[in-house]
Design a protein around this ligand. Structure first.
Ligand code: ZN
Length: 307
């Protein structure tokens, strides 16, 4: 994968909330209990809530992420400006570039789904904990989409977890994660997740699994078209190239976070009744389906028995 050094990033699509940021608070700190005891419980509650809403990334078995210190709350306008020659070394700017690409794709692809225009939304970078329209969340829940405020939330230290604990080390795992979360935004705009909310929330053929596999397929559809996406000037591509190795990294990430793999890793038996996101094999296959077809209309996980 090669990012375009000359691309101008649209910083209006992301916010850096820093530590304890919140949509309502404007930087007012959230009391985070020391040691993480109570935070853990909150984390689990939010994980369940997010899983029910179809927003979580499938790491509900995770414990709290470490609260490693990175600088935060910075001004993305400055940090990610073309005037900063090192900006693409900054994880926030790289992730902003991915978000720009994903939303540029949906600007074109969403109207073809026959539901009007795409409605862009922001990604919020936070550290440790965050207030959202879906309640308070901590990093332990992994990245998620909140349908109530229609925004994506991610603690970028999640990628370290993904690499160290789940073995998904490749850089392209990152845009895959974001494209999956934007897949939930698409489902929210289409009303798919509201409908799915009335179905089963766990089990191998549950509405929850169908939503998650569809979000993986949408991520694949974006990946197929990622090199076509342009920066905010409309002139420069955001990605110069994507290779087969990048796609393999996304597939590997999808494989690493299947329900069965996570259950095994956390020392339990594989219990399909508790599946919420699909197996490793299914997550890989639906991402690949989206990538091979390059068309979100082929991501109909609700209309098939062949999940
Ligand atoms: Zn998801």
């Amino acid at each position: 994968m090669e990012l375009n050094e000359r691309a101008e990033l649209d910083t209006s699509q992301a916010n850096d909330l820093g530590r304890g940021g919140g949509s309502g608070g404007g930087g007012i700190g959230i009391p985070i209990p020391g040691g993480g005891g109570r935070g853990g419980i909150i984390g689990i509650v939010v994980a369940v809530l997010v899983a029910l809403l179809g927003g979580g990334f499938g790491l509900n078995a995770m414990t709290n992420g470490d609260e490693g210190g990175q600088a935060g709350g910075g001004d993305l306008d400055q940090v990610c400006s073309t005037a900063n020659p090192d900006r693409l070394d900054d994880a926030r700017c790289r992730n902003l570039l991915y978000v720009n690409s994903i939303q540029a794709y949906w600007q074109t692809a969403y109207p073809e789904l026959g539901n009007g225009k795409y409605e862009p939304t922001d990604t919020n970078f936070f550290q440790a904990a965050v207030n959202t329209g879906c309640g308070q969340a901590d990093s332990g829940v992994g990245p998620f989409y909140c349908p109530a405020d229609k925004q994506v939330y991610i603690d970028l230290s999640f990628y370290d977890e993904l690499a160290s604990r789940f073995g998904a080390k490749g850089e392209f795992a990152q845009p895959y994660v974001l494209a999956h979360e934007y897949g939930h935004h698409i489902q929210n705009l289409l009303g798919t997740n509201a409908k799915a909310g009335q179905g089963d929330q766990s089990g191998p053929k549950s509405a929850s699994v169908r939503l998650e596999l569809q979000a993986d397929c949408y991520a694949g559809a974006w990946a197929k078209h990622s090199t076509e996406s342009k920066d905010k000037t409309g002139r420069e591509p955001l990605f110069k190239s994507i290779t087969q190795a990048d796609i393999s990294e996304a597939v590997q990430a999808a494989e690493a976070i299947g329900d069965d793999s996570i259950q095994e890793r956390s020392g339990g038996r594989v219990n399909p009744d508790q599946f919420t996101h699909g197996t490793s094999e299914q997550r890989q296959r639906w991402f690949q389906q989206g990538y091979d077809q390059g068309d979100p209309k082929t991501c109909d996980t609700f209309g098939t028995d062949q999940l």
